[in-house]
Design a protein around this ligand. Structure first.
Ligand code: BGC
Length: 536
């Protein structure tokens, strides 16, 4: 239980009824995943742009014809500033978004994020100097922060439990599509000899924000937000639209009552006593208890940290310059594009696996696969890094590594942070976890050029020893700390975390409802003999 104590549950069966998942429900949940497109696109276009001749000439004031090849580059300090400033903006955007989502709603915050993002993109598109470009990326980052923090919570809150993992993985899928599109657009414009070379890839992003904002305008608000605000009638309306059922259907009554009972239960334990307290609540309890609030917050933030420690953004942000550095590759842009295509094609595997295999095994296997691939890249690189055969082998293992990331840790980290927080601290918990993703994203973006650039640390492929070791940490981390949440409602996850440890969590079965626990009645739900299982 949040705060640390373990409750004894009643003996009443965990009977509740659930609406069938209709096509319309799928469509509504899946649309929200579109937010991933501009997350991915925005973080992805920069790698290619930084290597474009026209961009280097404009922003560095260099003339390619009269500059030695090794000097015709963006220096490490500016490269790291341009790349990382987006993540810095996103970090703060994600933190602010947690509050806005609780005050004004999930939808409002996402739509505002789109507007802020468009302003940032306009500035970037207009820029021909470093100052404006950096300011634009910082502002756009704020917008991405709003969207990335809140959309995960919105999707987790509206998706039916059986497909929640798959729906949130759809968000990751959109991130990968965004990254791939950015890379394809870069590839298409890199040879232009006018400002369109960088302005087209930058400006195009506005389209994604417009589509998301219009879509969200039409979609309903999260029923859990309304319950939190004490607006039960609106919660029922919203849930009825999302589940594609009449508002007086027993499915809707049963689900809304359980959400409400869970909320009432949680605020008994975590009273909502003002602004600062609501943040402090995220850090209450005993860190050693798997169910304390502080443990959940540490779990969410460290999971996102671990996801960044896998080194995936080294490939997506600095892939083009890294492949250029390997020497024997004729078109590094193409190789970068291939890595993004592998990323897209591998992600759908997770839609199935995350519900079938579960979150814990998926993260364990993913970390294991990544460790092997990264050590192989590093070993090949240090033993025979220059020969074309060795370079091809390294690129192949980088692609297999991306396969493991995309089908496991990519979606898994987002799915789990959407599930582990109880409603009173959910928006802040998810916001803190998302901010952690961006903080580590930013740290890695800043330090990587210093580790790998020829005139700096010059690690070259040896950098994969570092990523491989960090993935080994991710394996151990998952084994000891990640609970299994598949097949449970968000309210059941809450209860499961009260009663198990991460290693025993997969065996837990729902055995009571919050309606029972709070002594509330739910005549309709107790009449139906369908028992929810901790499996799909
Ligand atoms: C990560 C991003 C990464 C992307 C790659 C996401 O889950 O959070 O940092 O660029 O996956 O597909």
């Amino acid at each position: 239980m949040p705060g640390g104590a373990v409750t004894t549950m009643g003996t009443v069966d965990a009977r509740r009824i659930e609406a069938p998942v209709t096509f319309k429900t799928y469509l509504m949940c899946a649309f929200a995943a579109f937010g991933g497109i501009f997350f991915g696109y925005d973080s992805g276009y920069i790698s290619g742009v930084l290597s474009m001749d026209y961009f280097i000439e404009t922003f560095e004031g260099l003339d390619k014809a009269n500059t030695p090849t090794d000097k015709f580059v963006i220096p490490s300090s500016r490269k790291s500033l341009i790349v990382s400033i987006l993540s810095a903006g996103t970090f703060f955007g994600a933190l602010i978004a947690g509050d806005l989502a609780d005050w004004y709603g999930r939808r409002f915050t996402i739509i505002s994020g789109c507007v802020v993002f468009i302003i940032g993109v306009v500035l970037q598109t207009a820029s021909s100097t470093l100052g404006l470009l950096v300011a634009g990326r910082l502002i756009a980052g704020f917008g991405v922060g709003f969207v990335s923090a809140v959309i995960i919570m919105y999707m987790s809150e509206i998706a039916p439990r059986k497909v929640r993992g798959a729906i949130v993985s759809g968000y990751q899928f959109c991130i990968t599509i965004g990254l791939m599109m950015a890379s394809c657009v870069d590839y298409g414009t890199e040879h232009r000899t006018d400002s369109g070379s960088y302005r087209i890839p930058i400006g195009l992003q506005m389209l994604w924000a417009v589509i998301l904002a219009v879509g969200l305008f039409v979609l309903p608000e999260s029923p859990r937000f309304f319950i939190r605000k004490g607006r039960k009638e609106e919660a029922i309306d919203a849930l009825a639209r999302i589940r594609d059922q009449p508002r007086d259907s027993e499915f809707i009554q049963s689900e809304i009552n359980e959400i409400e009972a869970n909320y009432l239960y949680e605020i008994q334990v975590i009273p909502d006593e003002g602004y600062f307290n609501s943040w402090i609540n995220c850090f209450r309890g005993n860190i050693f208890h798997p169910n304390s609030n502080v443990r959940r917050t540490v779990l969410g933030t460290s999971l996102q940290m671990m996801q960044q420690w896998t080194g995936v953004n080294f490939v997506f942000y600095y892939g083009t310059p890294f492949f250029t550095q390997l020497g024997t590759i004729s078109n590094p842009f193409l190789i970068s594009m291939i890595t993004t295509i592998v990323n897209v094609l591998s992600t759908p595997l997770s839609f199935y696996a995350i519900e079938k295999v579960g979150r814990r095994p998926l993260l364990l296997w993913g970390a294991f696969g990544m460790v092997i691939c990264q050590f192989l890249v590093a070993i090949i690189g240090v033993t025979d890094g220059q020969s074309p055969k060795a370079v091809s082998a390294m690129i192949s293992f980088i692609c297999i590594y991306i396969f493991f990331f995309a089908s496991t840790w990519g979606p898994g980290a987002w799915v789990v942070i959407g599930e582990i927080f109880p409603l009173p601290i959910r928006s802040r918990g998810v916001a803190l976890s998302t901010a952690s993703n961006w903080l580590w994203n930013c740290i890695i973006a800043v330090i990587t050029p210093y580790m790998t650039d020829a005139d700096q640390g010059n690690l070259g492929p040896k950098v994969f020893f570092i990523w491989g070791s960090l993935c080994a940490c991710a394996f151990v981390y998952t084994y000891f700390l990640i609970p299994e949440t598949k097949g449970l409602t968000l309210e059941q996850v809450d209860k499961m975390m009260e009663e198990t440890t991460p290693r025993t969590s997969a065996k837990w079965q729902p055995h009571s409802t919050f309606i029972d626990e709070m002594g509330l009645t739910d005549e309709k739900s107790t009449a139906v003999p369908q028992v929810t299982q901790h499996e799909v």
